[in-house]
Design a protein around this ligand. Structure first.
Ligand SMILES: Nc1ncnc2c1ncn2[C@@H]1O[C@H](COP(=O)(O)OP(=O)(O)OP(=O)(O)O)[C@@H](O)[C@H]1O
Ligand SMILES: [Mg+2]
Length: 376
């Protein structure tokens, strides 16, 4: 077996990797995992389409993916932290971490609403969102731009024990190749193409930092853009977070051996794993919705409570101000307070803070579905 791609010395003699377009494995070598991933993600996609509340994928599942994808890279922000930060209180334990996680979620919202002109533009837009608010001015200045310095990772087999990704001088050209590869449309399975596209993106490592998070977010967006799925719901963040070593080893091994089927199988298992967990969450969310509808049935029909119920399901941590903004000032602060009090009495939401005009409320039942450990 031979390694894949070539190495080109930069001006300082460092050998930088120059990947070629990856090779599609034989279908029979990836068939089982590909079938399982396709089935799981299509099932989740169908369930999202049938769900009675719109945009649940952006409001909850893409946020969960942002938490996990960043968690895989060491961020400590939880789903609860993210929602608190995204409330009008903007509360944050680790401001830099949560800012980046929230930025990943905003980039998802933006690209879901309007596709970028090209995949390269989409990648740079995500990078821009992630780093434009960075505290370090050097990092902020590089937001939304291709790298200008070589980047590498520890690799005991490489000269100097560092594997250098594509040299800055070759990055723009390699990204044109990556864009073409990602956009190509033929009879071959798209999940396999996007697995290989992700491999290529990570080996070019086009931006100074955030390559893992940017690359993983492109997967659901590309599959939706290509019409494979109705929703951008083919996430891998959660599975990568749970199996980071397997993910990185499989990426690395394809380069070392030139054999892509193990990587594609790992990628498909991760898609399947995240989709199955998300489908289970969505089903439980549907049950909670029905329970809330039953619990509020006796509330008078024109009460604000009925407008709050579906909204809280996708925005389970909120303040009175957030609820007022959502209802576009159609109700007074007092009326909103009364409606939220009713939901508190019914056990649907719990007040988190005592005192203060703008108190934080949360629906623990929903939050619990998106946290790895049970909250009381
Ligand atoms: N040996 C390797 N070969 C190819 N790709 C790799 C290798 N090791 C890691 N990666 C990829 O690079 C990503 C990390 O790159 P980068 O630091 O730019 O992204 P990030 O999202 O900021 O992650 P981190 O917070 O760990 O720095 C990993 O998530 C993985 O996708
Ligand atoms: Mg990083």
């Amino acid at each position: 077996m031979q390694g894949f791609g070539s190495y080109v010395p930069d001006e300082r003699g460092r050998l930088c990797y120059l990947p070629a377009a990856p090779l599609f494995p034989k279908l029979e070598d990836v068939w089982g995992q590909l079938q399982r991933a396709t089935k799981a993600v299509e099932e989740f996609d169908r369930a999202l389409a049938a769900f009675p509340i719109p945009d649940v994928v952006g409001k909850l599942f893409a946020r969960l993916d942002a938490v996990h994808s960043s968690g895989a890279e060491g961020a400590t922000t939880t789903f609860t932290d993210l929602l608190e930060y995204q409330s009008s209180l903007k509360r944050a334990k680790e401001p830099e971490d949560v800012r980046e996680v929230a930025a990943t979620a905003y980039a998802f919202d933006e690209l879901s609403a309007c596709d970028a002109a090209s995949y390269v533009d989409a990648a740079l837009l995500i990078h821009q969102r992630l780093f434009k608010g960075a505290r370090d001015p050097m990092i902020a200045a590089g937001a939304g731009k291709l790298k200008v310095h070589p980047n590498g990772t520890y690799d005991p087999e490489a000269t100097g024990a560092t594997f250098f990704y594509t040299a800055p001088a070759s990055t723009a050209q390699s990204m044109v190749m990556w864009d073409r590869f990602t956009a190509e449309d033929d009879e071959r399975p798209e999940l396999v193409r996007q697995a290989l596209s992700h491999w290529l993106f990570e080996h070019i490592h086009p931006v100074p930092d955030g390559n893992g998070r940017v690359g993983r977010l492109l997967i659901p967006l590309a599959l939706r853009r290509k019409g494979v799925l109705r929703h951008a719901c083919a996430f891998v963040g959660e599975a990568v977070h749970l199996n980071k070593n397997v993910y990185v080893d499989a990426l690395k091994d394809a380069r070392r051996t030139g054999e892509f089927s193990p990587w594609v199988r790992v990628f498909c298992s991760m898609v399947a794993q995240s989709a199955a967990s998300n489908l289970e969450r969505l089903e439980k969310l549907g049950t909670i919705h029905l329970r809330w509808l039953a619990a509020t049935k006796s509330v008078r029909s024109h009460s604000v409570v009925h407008r709050l119920v579906p909204w809280i399901l996708t925005k389970p941590t909120f303040t009175v101000s957030d609820a007022l903004v959502q209802l576009c000032g159609a109700v007074t602060f007092q009326a909103m307070n009364t409606a939220i009090k009713r939901l508190t009495d019914l056990g649907i939401v719990t007040q988190l803070d005592v005192g203060g005009r703008d108190r934080l409320f949360t629906a623990f039942e929903v939050i619990r579905l998106f946290e790895p450990v049970n909250l009381s």
